[in-house]
Design a binder for this molecule. Structure first.
Ligand code: ZN
Ligand code: ZN
Length: 147
């Protein structure tokens, strides 16, 4: 992934139980979903939704996420108390990825890309899914990083 536009925002989020809270002053225009197997496992779901946040733009305002190194290149962060997936950290990257759904208002950051299509799981004919653009094999930027 190359350079992405930095968007100045004021947004907050956190886990389900409230033990971990964050505030961000900027995001990247990289809101996406990833279908790769590692993200499926990390989210316990068919895919994960993530958005890039410059490391200097995130403040942990309550608690800190626990982390699990899902490979030697990346970690997954989550609330140690309630288990909510909170982040994907690819160590070499200048940004981390927060789970879009953990924001207080995820609707501000609609996914624009999808990655890991080779592992995409079948979705039956959900109402509106195709219209939302997730059903088509949209062109995606190359590379999703090592999960
Ligand atoms: Zn929690
Ligand atoms: Zn992935």
């Amino acid at each position: 992934m190359g350079s992405h536009e930095r968007l100045e925002v004021d947004a907050s989020g956190g886990c389900q139980c409230g033990a971990v809270r964050y505030r961000v002053s900027a995001v990247l225009d990289t809101s996406h979903i990833c279908h790769c197997r590692m993200c499926q496992k990390a989210a316990g779901n068919f895919f994960i939704a993530l958005i890039g946040v410059p490391r200097d733009a995130i403040a942990w305002t309550r608690g800190m996420p626990a982390t699990f190194n899902s490979s030697d290149k990346a970690a997954r962060g989550f609330c140690a108390d309630c288990g909510t997936p909170l982040l994907y950290d690819y160590f070499e990257s200048k940004h981390i990825n927060l789970t879009t759904g953990s924001f207080d208002d995820p609707s501000r950051f609609a996914p624009r890309f999808q990655f890991g299509l080779e592992a995409r799981l079948p979705v039956s004919s959900l109402n509106g899914w195709q219209k939302a653009g997730f059903g088509a094999s949209d062109a995606t930027p190359a590379g999703g990083g090592a999960a």
